[in-house]
Ligand binder design. Structure first.
Ligand code: SF4
Length: 153
C-alpha cells in the first residue's frame, strides 16, 4: 500500500497588510499552496514575533466560508441580510455615481468620510491656537474632541 506523500511546508515572509504603524513582519507556513499557519517574525524589532489578535487569526478569516469574495448589493431592508451578487464594473459604477451625488450635495465630500485625509482640511496642530479651524468653528469645551483632528485641544 503506497504511503501518503508528506506535505512540503515552506515558510514565506510577509508583512501585515493593515495600515497600522507597527507594520508587523509575519511568517506564513504554506503547504500545497495553502497557508496553514501565521505567526509573527521573531526578528522584527518592534514586536519580537507577536501579532495582534486581529491578524493572529488571519487564516480563519481568509478561508472562512462566510468571506465575501464578490461585490454584493443589498436588496432588502437593512438588517434583513438579503444581498445579490453584482459585477465589479457595476459595483464601481455605483460607487462613483453615489459618491459624486454626495460630493455635489450641500453636505459636500466631508459627508463621505469625515476622517479621511481627503475630506479634511490640512493638519492644523502646528497653527497658533486662535487660528486653528476647530477654534474658529467649534466653541466646544476644550475636553471635547476637535471635529477636524479628533483630539482635544
Ligand atoms: S499585526 Fe496587528 S499590530 Fe501588527 S501591523 Fe498588523 S494590525 Fe498592526
Amino acid at each position: 500500500m503506497p504511503l501518503d506523500p508528506i506535505p512540503i511546508r515552506t515558510v514565506v515572509r510577509g508583512a501585515c497588510p493593515h495600515d497600522c504603524p507597527d507594520t508587523c513582519a509575519m511568517l506564513i507556513s504554506v503547504e500545497d499552496g495553502r497557508a496553514v499557519e501565521v505567526r509573527g517574525a521573531p526578528d522584527h524589532p518592534p514586536t519580537s514575533g507577536t501579532l495582534c489578535t486581529k491578524v493572529a487569526r488571519y487564516l480563519e478569516r481568509t478561508y472562512s466560508d462566510q468571506r465575501v469574495l464578490h461585490p454584493m448589493r443589498r436588496v432588502g431592508k437593512k438588517g434583513e441580510g438579503r444581498f445579490e451578487r453584482i459585477s465589479w464594473d457595476e459595483a464601481l459604477d455605483t460607487i462613483v455615481e453615489r459618491f459624486g451625488a454626495i460630493a455635489a450635495s450641500p453636505d459636500g465630500p466631508q459627508a463621505i468620510g469625515a476622517n479621511s485625509p481627503l475630506a479634511l482640511p490640512p493638519r492644523h496642530d502646528s497653527q497658533p491656537l486662535a487660528t486653528r479651524p476647530c477654534q474658529e468653528t467649534s466653541p466646544a469645551p476644550a475636553a471635547d474632541p476637535c471635529p477636524y483632528c479628533c483630539r482635544p485641544h
